[in-house]
Structures are given as C-alpha cells and as structure tokens.
Ligand binder design. Sequence first.
Ligand code: LLP
Length: 432
Amino acid sequence: MFLYNHFTVNEKGHLCMDGVDTVDVARQFGTPLYVMSRSYIENTINEYHRIMHENFGDNYTIAYASKALSAKFIYDIMKDLDVCCDVVSGGEIYTALKGGMAANKLHFHGGNKTKREIEYALGVGIGSFVVDNYQEIAIINNAAHNLNIKAKVILRVKPGVDAHTHEFIQTGKEDTKFGFGIKDGKAFEAIDEILRCNNLDFIGIHCHIGSQLLESKPFAMAGEIMADFMAVIREKYGITLPELIMGGGFGVKYTYNDAPESKADMIKVMADAIKASCEKNSFPVPKVTIEPGRSVVAPGGITLYEVGTVKELENIRNYVSVDGGMTDNPRYALYDARYECVIADRAGEKRDYLATIAGKCCESGDLVTKDIYIQKPMAEDILAVFTTGAYNFSMASNYNKTPRPPLVLIENGNPVLKVRGETYEDLIRLEL
Ligand code: LLP
C-alpha cells in the first residue's frame, strides 16, 4: 500500500509507523516533526551485515555515513550494531563520541579538513583518515609526529566511473573535487608523498562513485577498477594494501516509480568484480568496507506537517501549504527531489487530489515536492512525507528564523523524543 511495509493504516484510518499512530504522535509532539523508526535502521544494518558476510565472510566492515543523519541517538544505535562510522567534520566526530561511538571506529573524510580538525581527530584517537589532497598529507604527518604516533591513512581515488545520478551529487567521476585521479597519475604522486612521511601508515584506498544509485553496474565497474589498482600499487611499490572502501550510494525508493536494484544485487556484483580482479592478479581479497548513509536512514524517516492554506489555481496547480518546508527539507530546492505524501488522518482513502506541497518560507522555490497525488487536504490535517530520514535533519537550516523541528524515534512501539525542537530563544542564543 505504501512505499515501505513499516507503514500501515489503523482502524481510525490513520497512518501508522511501526504500528504507532502518526496523527497521535504529531498531536503529542507538535509539527513539523521528524519521526524515525529504530527497527528500520537496525533491520537495514543487519541486512547489510548478512549480505556483506555472504560475499566476504568476516573480512568486511560496514561504516554508516554520518552525513545522512548525524545526531547522538544514531551513534548510540550504531555502536550496538557492530558498525563503524564515516565522519566528515570535527562536529560529526564530536557528536559521534558524545553518542558513544569509539573513536577508533571512525574514519575521517573531507576534501578540506582543517588543521584544527586534524589535530582534534588525532587527539581523540580517530581510526583513520581518508586522504583527499596533498596539503592534508603533510598536516596529518606533522600532527602525528608531534603526538609521536602513526596515523592510518586511506587514499581517496577517482575511479572515473560515471554513475548517472543528479549532477550535484556525483563524486566519482574525473571532473570532481574529490580524490586523486588514477588516469592522470595524481594518485601515484599522492602515494609517493604518503610513503615519504614517517608518521603515516598507508592502509588502503577508497572511492565513492555517487549517491542514490539505482543500478548495480557502476558498482561492478568501480570494484574492478579499484581492485586492479591495488594490484598496480603492489607491483609499483611492493605494498599489499589490506583495505578497500567502496563508498555508499545504494539508492532508495522515493516515489512509486523508483526501482532501485536490491542491496544484495548491488553488493554481489561489486563483490564478484573485486574477487575476480583479485583472482586475476593473485591478490589477496582485501577487507572491504561499504559506507551506506541514505539507505540506512531515509526510508526509516517521515516528516509530519500540519496543513495550512490551500490555494487552488485553476488549470495551473493546487498549492498545499505546510508549517515547514525548505528549512527542514531543502532537497527539492537543491536537487528537484520528489517525495510521496499522504494525509495521515485519512491515509486509507484514495489519493486523487493533485497537490504541490509548499513550505512557509518567503521563497518561491520553497516546495517540499511537486505534483503528487494525496487525499483531498483540509486545514489542520497532518501531512506525512515519506523517506525523509536522510539528508533532511542533517541539512536543515534556520532560514527566515525558522526553528528546526524536534525528532522522535519510534522504539519498542513508543515515540521517544531524541532531539527537542528549537525555541525562539535558541534562535538567538549565539547572538551577542
Ligand atoms: N561515502 C562518501 C565518501 C560520501 O561522499 C557519501 C555521500 C556517502 C558515503 C554516503 O552516500 P549514500 O549512501 O548516502 O548515498 N545531500 C545529498 C547527498 C549527498 C551525498 C554525499 N556523499 C542528498 O540529499 O541527496
């Protein structure tokens, strides 16, 4: 009936998530409201464990990509699921540690890590750095030297795979600000540099070919290129690297028309390509890490809004305004993103009203999604937007001095407040 089967309709006709009435949750905590399912997140991580184990035995790691949703509660969940985390800023490291993650289970990404962030990361005992530019190689080495330690580094390379996704979220092609090229020889120069550094321990290579990928083929291409490159590194430097990180990017269903290949299929073709390359090159299969973000949290989250004004522009469009918008979900404004929605109060009824969901900012691009069918809305109805668990909370802003919404986690059949909503006082707390 809905995109995912943790959504059902109860006897009142209300939308339920993990059996909990979302209209009740909206009334209890107010709107707008992010609601997440703990069991969806746990089940998805466990599914990744099963799939990775089937393909790689025990020689694998799952690293949740924090940028999809970084908050203490998520690390608290992750720490019990035998996963590591990818972090991309000092702020994510801080939050992960406060959430109970062990520092040595974090690997630190970023195209322009500051000296301060690098020193902070080393100081807390970060697991490893994914190195993305020449400058940071020197900075990490110096900082590690000052602490008299060796920092583990993984080199981010560009496999040059074009993974057909929205242009703004492609990161694995040659024309990208991320990583060192294989084809142009930059990756070798970076390796030369790393090997000259006494306080760096070169342990592996990394790629991330894009986000919201719906097909398995690019994963196979990238798997082969990366594993072949490990054999080339062995040939050129005599080093057998033990680790290969293949990034995230496993796509999810945002609309009824989206048809991503299954996680199992995507990972299997990637694993087969890696293993085939290793066999061809007589290279031991490295420890393979994946970094899923969106697929772990997006379907496990919804946003609940209250419907306000409805503007029916004859022969043009029906604008249904809600009490949030681009401040809690900037993805339509940034990427033209699409979502499915329902009126949570009448979720079992037919969706036959064509609506464009508008936010409340003074900005015409402030839409949540465009031209979707929902039940005929009435003022004060609760509108539920599906698949908002990733890159919504983490990308929210205070534009128009809008307080960011609270976040509630459904666990053991109960809604539990994990992040309180901002107050007006919060909005000026940093102002002197
Ligand atoms: N690893 C690396 C190095 C990444 O850059 C990313 C995402 C991931 C893993 C996780 O990818 P995922 O499994 O979530 O697709 N704000 C955009 C998405 C940006 C993704 C950036 N990198 C959006 O809202 O669609």
